[in-house]
Ligand binder design. Structure first.
Ligand code: AMP
Ligand code: ZN
Length: 460
């Protein structure tokens, strides 16, 4: 069985062949840490976690290196720091913002059942690599210094000899059209209107580092070069998979490819470019002004992380996803059922019926359909398959207990009412036993009678 992945660059699904037959290298763009992550940000985290788990299953856990960065230098971080900690020096305030937000991000993604990546590099710890890439680009004639900025010229790249990719190839745009369509009011220090920033001067009080390319003033990196530097440091000049949300294809990934390939004279940066589709909420684009902006943190107050995870995976990663309450409720019911039947059984090998669709460009909806198929038959394989996908991190009792706690149902009181009802039934007082059943239903508790006795659960 071979793994096939859709590559945004070649626009087709290809058999996955790692550069190094035994070891796989993957880079995914991580969060800019200035605020709570929203449920859209959870999508790449969950999608690439499933890929990470699948690759570990195929190549062995020690043979997959997954790098997901933390962007901790950015204008949005500076703005947030000045707003939230006006009394502190800016650099201290920035440290507070990035520390708090980074911790919150970890708490959120841990709750979603995502494994930690092999390396989580921070931009501020890779300034030296960024400077080195910038120096190489200037030396190669792909970048130039102007007013203490360093700018990358896509036109210089496309005018260069063979052996480099064409700027625009990843996002399927023509540079000529970009030049013709670009805004006219570009910054005066730019030679070309599509040139982008590799390095810029810092304002007083802002984080700053010694600049490359002979610039005397201190400065800071542009966003795109951060990822080129971190990917290079941890995965090398050319690696297997690069991922992120579809919104990053242009300009972020197009510019990453340009920087890395021109700095190292490579035809490729990554062999497979993978992008998840966008998430919208109740059929609308998520935005603060529409009031439908939901953070992972808020959702976790109402739903277990695994419910959010399952809900995300019900849609194929390349399709847009409509995040709805109705779908969440359905996902919760599904997981309640899987926990009841599979959480406490010895996990068997993951079923081929689940693995096969995953090997076909991570077809999680088909894999989930296969899980439903196992539900009535091989529950050992169901348990093993669910674990492979990052579910069943708790026991059935923990799951049910959490649900009861979240619903505010008092388990002791429920048990007392159930034994009263059992007594009423024994003396054939059906009016009383029905009254108690209705009372329990009003409390949000569903009961089920069987030969072994009465069981109950919190109804979703
Ligand atoms: P950002 O912090 O905005 O750079 O986003 C972090 C990651 O989340 C990137 O991979 C984005 O592509 C992804 N992302 C942001 N918003 C959404 C969304 N609404 N749906 C899916 N992915 C998103
Ligand atoms: Zn990136």
């Amino acid at each position: 069985m071979e793994l096939r992945l859709y590559d945004t660059l070649s626009r087709d699904k290809r058999t996955f062949v790692p550069l190094d037959a035994k070891d796989v290298r993957m880079y995914v763009c991580g969060p800019t840490v200035y605020d709570f992550a929203h449920i859209g940000n959870a999508r790449p985290v969950i999608v690439f976690d499933v890929l990470f788990r699948l690759l570990r299953h195929l190549y062995g856990a020690a043979h997959v290196k997954y790098v997901r960065n933390i962007t901790d230098v950015d204008d949005k971080i500076n703005d947030r720091a000045a707003r939230d900690f006006p009394g502190l020096p800016l650099n201290e305030a920035i440290r507070k913002v990035t520390e708090q937000t980074g911790k919150q991000f970890h708490a959120d993604v841990d709750a979603l059942g995502a494994l930690r990546p092999s390396v989580e590099p921070r931009a501020t710890e890779h300034i030296g690599e960024m400077r080195e890439i910038i120096e190489r680009l200037v030396a190669g004639g792909f970048a130039y210094v102007a007013e203490d900025h360093v700018l990358f010229s896509p036109q210089a790249m496309n005018a260069a000899d063979a052996g480099l990719p064409r700027y625009g190839a990843l996002s399927n745009r023509s540079l000529d059209e970009m030049v013709a369509g670009a805004r006219v009011d570009v910054a005066p220090y730019k030679k070309g209107n599509t040139d982008f920033v590799l390095w810029k001067p810092s304002k007083p009080g802002e984080p700053s580092w010694p600049s490359p390319a002979g610039i005397a003033a201190q400065g800071r990196p542009g966003w795109h070069v951060e990822c080129s530097a971190m990917a290079w440091k941890h995965l090398g000049e050319h690696f297997d998979i690069h991922g992120g949300g579809i919104d990053l294809v242009f300009p972020h990934h197009e510019n990453e490819v340009a920087q890395t390939c021109c700095a190292f004279h490579q035809e490729r940066m990554a062999n497979y470019w993978m992008h998840n589709g966008f998430l919208q909420v109740e059929s609308e684009k998520m935005s603060k002004s529409l009031g439908n902006f939901v953070t992972i943190h808020e959702l976790l107050a109402d739903w277990p992380g695994e419910v959010l995870r399952l809900n995300m995976l019900k849609t194929h990663y390349r399709s847009p996803i409509d995040w709805t309450m109705k779908s969440l409720e359905e996902s919760a019911r599904t997981l309640d059922d899987w926990y009841r039947v599979a959480a406490d059984v010895a996990p068997g090998k993951p079923a081929p019926s689940v693995i096969e669709p995953l090997l076909d460009d991570l077809n999680t909806p088909l894999a989930i359909a296969a899980l439903h198929g196992l539900r009535g038959g091989d529950v050992g394989a169901l348990a093993g398959s669910l674990r492979l996908l990052g579910f069943l991190s708790e026991s059935a009792a923990q799951w049910e207990g959490r649900k009861q706690q979240a619903s505010g149902v008092d388990a002791k009181e429920v048990e007392r009412l159930i034994s009263e009802r059992t007594a009423a039934r024994a003396r054939k007082d059906f009016a009383e036993s029905d009254r108690i059943r209705d009372l329990l239903a009003a409390m949000g508790v569903a009961i089920k009678d069987s030969k072994e006795g009465t069981t109950w659960e919190v109804a979703r």
